[in-house]
Ligand binder design. Structure first.
Ligand code: ATP
Ligand code: MG
Length: 373
């Protein structure tokens, strides 16, 4: 069985322990501190937080995923879902359903898991005040108990009409739950910064910043080579270092790479440079239609800027060398292209450097030039 997973929260054998961060996080949680967890995409924020809380004795986790919420009813339903998972016990369940009665809740049993789920009526839950009802239900569950609330992809609430009001409402409710640590996670760094670092935001300075950095190289090597070993593959430090550099030490991308390397190797094999190349081609095959579609949507200038980023890197995109290679007349045009590429979510800016969201797309773009098409 393929021992690698990517694009989801990992646990058990798929999760590489991060004892130092886990210890810091547990200490914060034990002291009731609210946290905003930051870190680059696919660095392992959600996995670290959920695995760490699961290991703190006696603590329960109420995990709400706000990914892609677009309406007030979506926000309510994500919370309802989390409550149902938090408390499957019958009496609590009935109490929750009673608390939500004016949102006309329906209880169903998930066919796959056999677990009951609650959903509210989308017409009944149109008004932002419905979120208040849900927050009261959260308070009812966590008050006086050892519990920790995790709000993942928190910034997506801003995509809801009146999102700012919902966020302000949350802030005032959370203030009264001072014994319960709330942990906010998000993958859109700028939106999260706006919520927690802007003096105008109700959440300004309301949570301690907790940074998630890459997994220490040696720990990650031991973990990844151990996973390969379960299927009889050997991985040297040198080859691993190449994968790390390619994936810029992002665990989610390293695991995606490993997943492909696994597919192109067999038991008894040593992973070589050749396996890395085959693995990349495997990924390009799988992604080629979406990569081509991304590329087709760009203007000529945007594509040239993207290609130059892939070749030169994104530290000095306004330099003379960059402009020459991209064949763009002035830095204002490069800037406009960079903004468009960021808006299309192909690249992002961190600390002044532009990076590709996906290292595999970066390599695909880089090679297109080499082939001249
Ligand atoms: N501790 C870990 N051990 C092994 N792999 C990990 C670890 N943390 C993250 N990963 C890899 O990264 C992927 C993404 O992890 P996770 O969803 O936790 O990251 P994230 O930072 O929350 O991502 P996003 O920015 O998309 O929210 C996982 O599917 C896994 O492949
Ligand atoms: Mg996440």
């Amino acid at each position: 069985m393929n021992p690698f997973k990517y694009g989801c929260i990992v646990d058990g054998g798929y999760f590489c322990a991060r004892p130092k961060l886990a210890k810091q996080l547990s200490d914060y949680i034990a002291s009731g501190q609210n946290l905003v967890v930051q870190g680059e995409r696919r660095i392992g924020k959600s996995s670290l937080v959920t695995n760490t809380i699961a290991k703190i004795r006696g603590y329960r986790m109420l995990y709400v995923d706000f990914m892609d919420v677009r309406t007030v009813a979506d926000v309510c339903n994500q919370i309802a879902d989390a409550l149902a998972r938090f408390e499957a016990e019958d009496s609590f369940f009935k109490r929750t359903v009673a608390m939500l009665s004016h949102l006309r809740p329906t209880v169903t049993v998930d066919a796959m898991t056999g677990m009951p789920t609650i959903s509210v009526d989308s017409r009944a839950a149109q008004d932002t005040s419905s979120v208040n009802t849900m927050l009261n239900a959260i308070a009812d569950h966590v008050k006086g108990r050892k519990a920790c609330v995790v709000f993942d992809e928190f910034q997506d609430i801003l995509e809801v009409r009146d999102g700012k009001r919902i966020i302000a409402m949350m802030r005032s409710k959370i203030q009264f739950l001072s014994d319960t640590p709330f942990i906010f996670l998000g993958s859109a760094r700028n939106a999260m910064l706006d919520i927690f670092m802007s003096p105008k935001s109700p959440f300004y300075k309301s949570a301690t910043v907790f940074d998630v950095n890459p997994i220490p190289d040696e720990d990650f090597y031991r973990f990844i080579s151990g996973r390969f070993k379960t299927g009889g593959r050997r991985l040297s430090r040198d080859v691993f270092a190449k994968m790390l550099a390619f994936a810029r030490r992002t665990p989610g991308d390293v695991q995606e790479y490993c997943d492909a390397v696994w597919q192109v190797t067999s038991s008894g094999d040593e992973v070589t440079d050749g396996s890395l190349e085959l693995a990349l081609r495997r990924i390009f095959e799988r992604e080629s239609s979406s990569f081509s579609a991304f590329a087709r949507r760009l203007t000529d200038i945007q594509f040239r800027v993207l290609r130059t980023l892939a070749v030169l890197g994104g530290e000095h995109p306004l330099s003379g060398e960059f402009l020459r290679m991209a064949d763009v007349a002035n830095s204002a045009s490069v800037k406009r292209a960079l903004n468009a590429l960021s808006a299309a979510d192909l690249i992002y800016n961190i600390g002044g450097e532009y990076k590709f969201v996906s290292p595999f797309f970066r390599e695909w773009v880089r090679r297109i030039k080499a082939r001249g098409n």
